[in-house]
Design a protein around this ligand. Structure first.
Ligand code: NDP
Length: 453
């Protein structure tokens, strides 16, 4: 007689949890999975997917403007309600597919909140208690807003997806992924947008040329940037919200969005009762196998505060399931993870920034800035920036960075070469595909001359 109800119980049915549940069930494990919200998690329900659909909406305005010089006459009007309704329909469809996928794999889905009552028992919000041999924590993260007077009048990205109307004036606090993406979306749909950021440049940790270029380009598209500024308070007035800045002055807006990072979802999960001491910011500390300090409890995805990206969580879930239930142990390789910011223009990047690479050894830098072919006709004053960071000792391409149309698609394809250890000579030996923007990565001949060199 087994002493447990499930071989594996997963808490959280986001991208990582669902992948782990399906793979473990495929390996023959009896799997239960609990989800307090909608199945699909942040990425599908209130993140990557709806965000990207909305980013498409934001692109049309610029395309309509540019279309005139290509001979088109366009009379464009935007309707927020149509976008939200169509986006919601697609999210409902994906939510259904995720549920179907779990059912097809034989995993038992419980659409209730779950919490640990000890190291093996999980209490479900519907009154049931289940016992599991292995437990996987995959509860993700949620927006984190600082406490300041009037913060209750602000929203996070979660609420953007359900705003009843397009706000006329938006303030976005922060200058990370979410801030830049929604600044571009709102601006593209027609709002007046101001980004308020405490630092001098956006996207901390990215290559400096990306940071400088994206600030220039979103500003050129009409996003107002208030860098080196912090919000002191938010006051609700009859005509909207008044945002006061610590440095003095302020602005009147209709919506204030805080995009100031995300915190692991561990509150009320009972991890302490299971014997797990939480790390800084409430994350579950895990080893390379995603194993917590309790040998049969694992954690993957944003709740571990490692690399908060969907494909990483999916891979962590897959590796966990193969390792524990498939007798094929493997660990996730965190080297050279490509990433994109779906701002307008978008960013694609993989590998080391120039700053990080220089800290490790001598590098050669190749950089190109050019006006995309399309804009030679449209007249839009937009520049694409491409950059290669190359190890001077062996020619290996350590970093690929781009700001410009299709950057995420181009960098995703180049990521294979970077991961395989391609050198600058390999890039040079590859025939260009003409005329594309991507070919520029293969035709950079001149090293950037270092000042003082
Ligand atoms: P980020 O960590 O990317 O950015 C947070 C921003 O908020 C930074 O500019 C930071 O400034 C600022 N900030 C943090 N705390 C405060 C504060 N108390 N007051 C004022 N400003 C503050 O977080 P996001 O919320 O944008 O996104 C969370 C994560 O989700 C990302 O890191 C990424 O991993 C993931 N994500 C990925 C996407 C993609 O792949 N396209 C899209 C969206 C999210 P400073 O730099 O000074 O710390």
């Amino acid at each position: 007689m087994p002493t447990h109800d499930y071989d594996l119980y997963v808490i959280g049915a986001g991208s990582g949890g669902v992948r782990a549940a399906r793979i473990a069930a495929g390996h023959g494990a009896k799997v239960g999975i609990a989800e307090a919200d909608r199945v699909g998690g942040t990425c599908v329900i209130r993140g990557c997917i709806p965000k990207k659909l909305m980013a498409y909406a934001g692109h049309y305005s610029g395309d309509f403007e540019d279309a005139v010089t290509f001979g088109w006459t366009v009379e464009a009007r935007f309707d927020w309600a149509t976008l939200i309704a169509n986006k919601d329909r697609e999210i409902d469809r994906l939510n259904g597919l995720y549920i179907k996928g779990l059912n097809a794999a034989g995993a038992e889905l419980h659409q209730v909140r779950a919490r640990l009552i000890d190291a093996h028992r999980i209490e479900l919000h519907d009154g049931r208690t289940v016992r599991a041999k292995y437990i996987l924590i995959a509860t993700g993260a949620r927006p984190s807003l600082p406490s300041l007077p009037g913060i209750e009048h602000a929203i996070s990205s979660d609420e953007i997806f359900h705003l009843p109307a397009l706000p006329r004036r938006v303030a976005i606090v922060g200058a990370g992924y979410i801030a830049l993406e929604f600044a571009s979306i709102f601006r593209g749909c027609g709002s007046d947008v101001t980004v308020i950021h405490r630092g001098p440049e956006p996207l901390r940790g990215f290559d400096r040329d990306i940071r400088v270029t994206i600030a220039e380009e979103v500003a050129a598209r009409g996003v107002q940037l208030r860098f080196n500024h912090e919000v002191a308070s938010i006051e609700k007035r009859q005509e909207g919200l008044q945002v006061a800045l610590k440095q003095g002055g302020g602005l009147a807006v209709d919506v204030v969005v805080f995009a100031t990072g995300r915190h692991p979802n561990t509150e009320g999960l009972g991890l302490e009762q299971a014997g797990i001491a939480l790390g800084p910011a409430g994350a579950v500390p895990v080893d390379a196998w995603s194993r917590s300090s309790v040998a049969h409890i694992y954690a993957i995805g944003d709740v571990t505060d490692r690399v908060a990206l969907t494909p990483v969580a999916i891979r962590e879930g897959h590796a966990f399931a193969d390792t524990v239930f498939g007798r094929t142990p493997w660990c996730v390789d965190y080297e050279a993870i490509p990433t994109a910011v779906f701002s307008n223009p978008p960013i694609g990047t993989i590998g080391l920034s120039e700053e990080d690479a220089r800290a490790r050894g001598p590098v050669d830098i190749y950089r190109s800035r050019f006006r995309p072919l399309r804009h030679t006709l449209s007249g839009r004053n937009e520049r694409t920036m491409m950059k290669l960071v190359v190890d001077r000792t062996n020619g290996r391409v350590l970093g690929v960075h781009m700001v410009g149309e299709d950057a995420p698609e181009i960098v995703q394809a180049l990521a294979v070469a970077v991961k395989m250890g391609a050198t600058k000579a390999d890039f040079d030996a590859t025939m260009a595909l003409h005329p594309t923007a991507g070919e520029e990565f293969l035709t950079m001949r001149e090293k950037v001359v270092e000042i003082g060199a």
